[in-house]
Design a protein around this ligand. Structure first.
Ligand code: TMP
Length: 210
């Protein structure tokens, strides 16, 4: 039933505090139960080099210029493609990604002021593939997101509320720009959001339920 997901790239993305990690875990569990062979990676990270870049990006002591920030995210992603994603696709796995270029568009492009189109241009020059088959944006307002982030915050999370408001607006803009970027209301409880994620995947890839 879910064999249409072979070699497909599916991204879960959204503002900090959108519940992405919980949804990623539930989706991974769902794919396992439905016998879909899949690989799951986080961006930035999942390779030795990528995890080092992630530490640089997220450590709150580091001062990083806007352009350097953008290029570091892109560098980690280029490594992730070569080391992990390309081999997984070769094995015909469904690839589940925790963030991708959509994040750079929303954070560095829209909130950071570089511009979404410029991010896309840089991605086209830097990456094997810019757009996944499907990107699901877990949309959440700032107030709900903040309530969920009851822990010490990293360098990106510590940015001002105005920045994070723009991040959300950037994701909403992306969803208007492309039909392969779909919004899911992530203010609801975990199981309701999970059902909507599965529904979105099923209808996008035309998977019929039994
Ligand atoms: P994570 O904690 O969801 O893995 O994401 C790490 C942080 O990096 C999060 O605050 C979002 C931010 N980020 C960007 O600013 N640009 C990007 O391109 C990516 C992938 C993440």
């Amino acid at each position: 039933m879910f064999k249409n997901l072979k070699s497909k790239l599916i991204v879960l993305d959204g503002p900090d505090g959108c519940g992405k990690s919980s949804q990623r875990d539930l989706l991974a569990q769902f794919l396992t139960e439905h016998k879909v062979k899949f690989s799951c990676f986080r961006d930035p990270g999942s390779t030795v080099t990528g995890e080092k870049i992630r530490d640089i990006l997220l450590h709150s002591d580091n001062h990083i210029s806007d352009r350097a920030e953008l290029l570091l995210y892109m560098a980690s992603r280029a490594q992730l493609w070569d080391e992990c994603i390309a081999p997984a696709i070769k094995k015909k796995h469904c690839v589940l990604l925790d963030r991708w270029v959509s994040s750079t568009c929303a954070y560095q492009g829209f909130a950071g002021g570089v511009g979404i189109q410029k991010v896309i241009d840089i991605a086209e020059h830097s990456l094997e593939r810019v757009w996944p088959d499907l990107t699901i944006i877990l949309d959440v307002d700032l107030k709900t997101a903040k309530q969920r982030m009851n822990r010490s915050l990293d360098r990106m999370e510590q940015k001002a509320a105005a920045y994070h408001r723009k991040v959300r607006a950037g994701f909403l803009k992306l969803a208007e720009m492309r039909r392969d970027i779909v919004l899911v209301d992530a203010t609801k409880d975990i199981q309701t959001v999970h059902k909507q994620v599965i529904q979105t995947i099923s209808s996008f890839f035309k998977i019929k339920s039994k």
